[in-house]
Design a protein. Structure first.
Length: 268
């Protein structure tokens, strides 16, 4: 499509180049007189290219995507187009072709950036300004729109949560608290499926990610619930080992003798 578009405008560009060359020759005193019919055709071709350039700019400006994607390049393109419009009213064909060429170059650069989606990310959250405004409706100047502790890009791409909702699963814990601090799912209100919501478990001092750690009483969702399956290397076993007291050795006692007596299976 781009190739066909370029081939379509080759005659017009050739006319513009010819006009620029003639204008340059006129500046140095060469005789550039042409017939009135040729001059009229040349002027019409330049005006056609000018009108087409303005239409392309208006199309980009109306959508607003180009300005969101690459605001600096689009600002340069806008200035070049406005300059061509203003100066075209009082300059000759040669100068007009220079303004058109400059504006067209700026518009082409902006369009290529938009097509390749190499857009700016003003807040550095991993989402382009264009995607935030058009698709996710988030703030392109705030990395964490809902202030839940997770950047908008992380919510959209990694955790699949709502970047506009402080608590996606409604368990009274923010998405950031669940994903970063408690290491549970911000998309499910009961991460360990023990019947108690993550927020309720945190208020009762239990682990919302451990099926074997649950409140003694409280509102519980209807079953079936996940069963407590903890291996000997799990948290409960480690906690139990830490809770066991070791024998205290008194001063002057032989630790080898005392331990052999304590752990001798023949000693009742």
């Amino acid at each position: 499509m781009m190739k066909a578009r370029i081939q379509h405008f080759l005659p017009v560009l050739a006319v513009i180049v010819l006009a620029a060359a003639m204008g340059g020759c006129a500046e140095y005193g060469f005789n550039t007189s042409i017939s009135s019919a040729a001059a009229k055709s040349l002027k019409e071709s330049i005006q056609k290219e000018f009108d087409l350039m303005v239409q392309d700019f208006d199309a980009l400006d109306a959508k607003g995507e180009a300005e969101l994607c690459t605001p600096l390049r689009f600002a340069v393109a806008r200035f070049a187009v406005y300059q061509a419009i203003e100066e075209g009213r009082k300059t000759g064909m040669a100068q007009m072709t220079r303004f058109i060429t400059r504006a067209r170059r700026a518009l082409t650069s902006t369009g290529e950036k938009l097509k390749s989606r190499k857009c700016v990310d003003s807040d550095g959250d991993g989402l382009t300004d264009l995607a935030e405004v058009r698709r996710y409706k988030t703030n392109p100047n705030n990395a964490d729109t809902d202030a839940d502790g997770l950047a908008d890009g992380l919510e959209v791409r990694r955790h699949r949560t709502n970047p506009l909702n402080f608590d996606t699963d409604g368990d009274l814990l923010s998405d950031g608290e669940e994903a970063i601090y408690f290491k549970v799912s911000p998309k499910h209100p009961d991460s360990d499926r023990d019947g108690y919501t993550d927020g309720f478990e945190v208020t009762r001092g239990t682990d919302p990610g451990d099926q074997c750690s649950r409140p003694v009483r409280g509102p519980r969702a209807p079953g079936p619930w996940a069963k407590c399956k903890r291996s000997l290397t799990g948290k409960r076993y480690r906690r139990r080992r830490r809770a066991v007291r070791r024998p205290v050795r008194r001063e002057g006692e032989n630790p080898l003798i005392n331990e052999s007596i304590t752990h001798n299976p023949l000693n009742p």
